[in-house]
Design a protein around this ligand. Structure first.
Ligand code: ATP
Length: 322
């Protein structure tokens, strides 16, 4: 009997539960036994395994968070940590390991594969910062959650002719910020991929105010060097309007996964088991043009951050900004 393990690493994201559930259900179709590793690589080093069955994962697919729990582990970044994790997989007679995680988790997966662990990696991070795939699990829901929060706050801002500055997640990149900004039609968007100063944001807002906009909306990424409150203070001082700022924060990670994330979770979970059944490993799954595909795990970092400059430009054109 084939025996596999699955773990989730890095930050939790919507779709992880749906993916775990699919992996378990699909594995049972092929008579494959699934062990869950609790708390990512930390749990792997601590030998924290639990058997997963159709019954134990029933009714988790529609939930955010992570049934197996996630962790970040500095210890696992050391060669001794990876070796310990690998040894525990051998001890538990695991034939394949499925890792669901982001950029950092993939590095850990590659290191395990170099010791002989047979790995399948599934992209799971709200940041969408694995550039070989169009999307990662959690990104679509995080964007939707931020958009709905901004829509709500915007109504009260408009009733009071106030400006609003929202800071959204994305530790290293501005994909969430750009997509949220475009979806709400923000009057200015600050991301680290496009060098902007606070004075540039103020200039965008001034131009929009001069065209009769009463409640400008600004979206900035948490990866920027300035905060939403810095922007609020600058706009109030330079433009003479009252503003409010808000860090959208963890609401982006919470709640049910969107349909897009559920589909990605299901497509990836099914493909992962099909690959294992065929004996294919050390690959990363991704989605391109709505189709799941796989590629060599150690080639995923060859693709650079493709920031969507076209979308960024279109958003500026929408408000006739230079
Ligand atoms: P998110 O996008 O949600 O933050 P992530 O996978 O990018 O997810 P990280 O904190 O970067 O999150 O990485 C998760 C874990 O992966 C780390 O805590 C560490 O245990 C492991 N990891 C990261 N880099 C390496 C590395 N170079 N070698 C071994 N393990 C690593």
């Amino acid at each position: 009997m084939i025996k596999i393990a699955v773990l989730c690493s890095g930050g939790d994201c919507q779709g992880m539960n749906a993916c775990i559930q699919t992996i378990v259900n699909m594995a049972s179709v092929h008579g494959i036994m699934v062990m869950g590793v609790r708390r990512g690589y930390q749990g792997l080093m601590e030998n924290d395994f639990v058997e997963l069955t159709r019954e134990s994962v029933a009714n988790i697919g529609h939930l955010g968070g992570c049934f197996l729990k996630v962790a970040r582990s500095e210890e696992f970044k050391k060669p001794e940590g990876v070796k310990l994790g690998h040894d525990n997989l051998v001890k538990n007679r695991i034939d394949y390991l499925i890792v669901i995680g982001g950029n950092g988790s993939y590095r850990g997966a590659i290191e395990l594969s170099e010791l002989g662990t047979k790995v399948i990696a599934i992209p799971g991070t709200i940041d969408n910062d694995l550039f070989y795939t169009d999307r990662t699990l959690g990104f679509d829901t995080a964007v939707n959650n931020a958009v709905s929060t901004i829509d709500n706050i915007r109504q009260t801002m408009e009733a009071n002719d106030r400006g609003f500055i929202a800071e959204v997640m994305g530790r290293e990149c501005g994909h969430i910020a750009l997509n949220v900004a475009a979806a709400v039609g923000a009057h200015s968007c600050a991301v680290k991929e496009v060098p902007v100063e606070i004075s540039d944001v103020v200039s965008d807002v001034k131009q929009c105010l001069s065209k009769g906009i009463k409640s400008p909306v600004v979206v900035i990424s948490e990866a920027c060097e300035f905060t939403a409150n810095d922007v609020k203070e600058a706009i109030e001082k330079e433009c003479g309007i009252e503003c409010r700022s808000s860090v959208v924060g963890y609401v982006q990670r919470g709640g049910a996964p969107s349909v897009m994330d559920r589909l990605l979770a299901i497509q990836s979970g099914v493909m992962a088991i099909e690959l294992i059944y065929k004996g294919i490993y050390n690959v990363a799954l991704g989605i391109r043009n709505n189709n799941v595909f796989y590629m060599k795990l150690d080639e995923v970092y060859e693709l650079d951050n493709e920031f969507n400059k076209v979308l960024y430009r279109q958003l500026r054109n929408l408000h006739n900004l230079k």
